[in-house]
Design a protein around this ligand. Structure first.
Ligand code: HEC
Length: 148
């Protein structure tokens, strides 16, 4: 009887451990997926900024809308138990400075919304889009592991 109870406890503990690990890797996979979408939405705009593609406001607006919604969602995808695993490039410093880190997402969303209203043509794209992208660099420089 005692043995059965112990087995049950061990099984329950293992189940909790597995579900915890799942929650952590799910957050990592989800944030990587969203950030990949952010990167994909940026590509056509980067080509426009380099003069390699004609101005297309629909693509610029789509990128900005993607940033604004991604920034809101991403703030919730760096839980304390997602520091490691899942091939994450997130640096541990994020969790030492979580408020500062989240503030860059807030700034990205605010800058993206402001730029969406300001961009109408190629000149206004060039004048306003760089500021939005500055948030990507600011965060990656401090909080993302460099690719080796
Ligand atoms: C507040 C911080 C922050 C901001 C702002 C931010 N990123 Fe990132 N980004 C990260 C972190 C952290 C990772 C690594 C995530 C991981 O591996 O768990 C990352 C990863 C990525 C990746 C790789 C995703 C993959 O496939 O694993 C791309 C692409 C990317 N970011 C693009 C962008 C672009 C473009 C912007 C701006 C529009 C941006 N990011 C803004 C923090 C940020």
């Amino acid at each position: 009887m005692k043995l059965v109870f112990r087995t049950m406890l061990i099984t329950a503990a293992a189940a909790i451990a597995i579900s915890g690990a799942y929650a952590q890797s799910a957050a990592i996979a989800k944030r990587k997926d969203i950030l990949k979408g952010v990167g994909d939405a940026t590509k056509p705009v980067a080509a426009m900024l380099k003069g390699e593609a004609p101005f297309d406001n629909a693509k610029a607006q789509k990128a900005l809308a993607t940033y604004a919604s991604a920034a809101k969602e991403l703030k919730g995808l760096f839980p304390a138990d997602s520091k490691t695993g899942g091939d994450t490039a997130a640096l541990p410093k994020i969790w030492d400075e979580k408020a500062k880190f989240d503030a860059i997402f807030d700034k990205l969303a605010a800058d993206a919304t402001a730029a969406a209203g300001a961009i109408k043509d190629e000149a206004s794209l060039k004048a306003n889009f760089g500021k939005v992208l500055g948030n990507c660099k600011a965060c990656h420089d401090d909080y993302r592991a460099k690719k080796s």
